[in-house]
Ligand binder design. Structure first.
Ligand code: GRF
Length: 191
């Protein structure tokens, strides 16, 4: 990843599908003077994604794209035009094509609600509880062509409580996500 010293903030796009609490949190950080990115573009594959309200509220340009067939091409064009240098996936439920990933090689990162390499994919909290895991957590990693398998940037764990349900665990892990996503970005880009 590019290390920037004394340079301008890195133009960043955030891809979402749902409620967008990580998007909102990254927007908050991006407004700090010394934080190394600006959020310049938001993409959702769902037109009703609640997180789009954060883009609207903060006057950030956004697009809705199904990512079916070749529709990603129109997003690629906008990303180039806006000089986006980092893409943060935040609850984005589509798998990007190899072609897309190659075009932004090493510049796409994702947050996943498990201690990768454990529990790639969906229903991570239920699977961790059902397997009697002692710990769970979340991971920020680079995105490559294999699902949830790119190099790990940062990981944080917590103890699973005896009475945890998938929902209570999810809520506690969400709080950790809001700590490690901004920290992981700072780790890979320094102003
Ligand atoms: C988070 O748990 C993230 O780890 C997962 O999807 C969820 C998105 O939450 N990939 P939000 O939309 O950012 O609130």
């Amino acid at each position: 990843m590019v290390k920037l010293i004394g340079a301008k903030k890195v133009k960043t796009a955030v891809f979402i599908s749902g409620k967008g609490s990580n998007l909102n949190n990254l927007i908050k950080f991006s407004k700090k003077k010394k934080y190394p990115i600006t959020i310049d573009f938001v993409v959702s594959n769902k037109k009703n994604a609640k997180g789009l309200n954060f883009a609207k509220k903060n006057k950030i340009d956004f697009k809705i794209c199904s990512f079916e067939k070749n529709s990603e091409n129109k997003i690629l064009k906008i990303l180039y035009k806006k000089k986006i240098k980092l893409i943060c996936l935040a609850g984005f439920m589509k798998i990007l094509t190899k072609k897309f990933i190659n075009k932004f090689n090493g510049k796409i990162i994702n947050i996943h609600p498990s201690l990768l390499p454990k529990y790639k994919g969906l229903n991570t909290h239920k699977r961790a509880i059902d397997n009697n895991e002692k710990y769970s957590g979340c991971t920020v990693h680079y995105v490559n062509a294999k699902l949830d398998s790119g190099k790990i940037i940062l990981q944080k764990k917590l103890k699973i409580k005896k009475n945890d349900t998938p929902t209570s665990l999810e809520n506690r892990i969400h709080k950790l996500e809001h700590l490690i996503y901004p920290a992981a970005i700072k780790r890979i880009i320094s102003l």
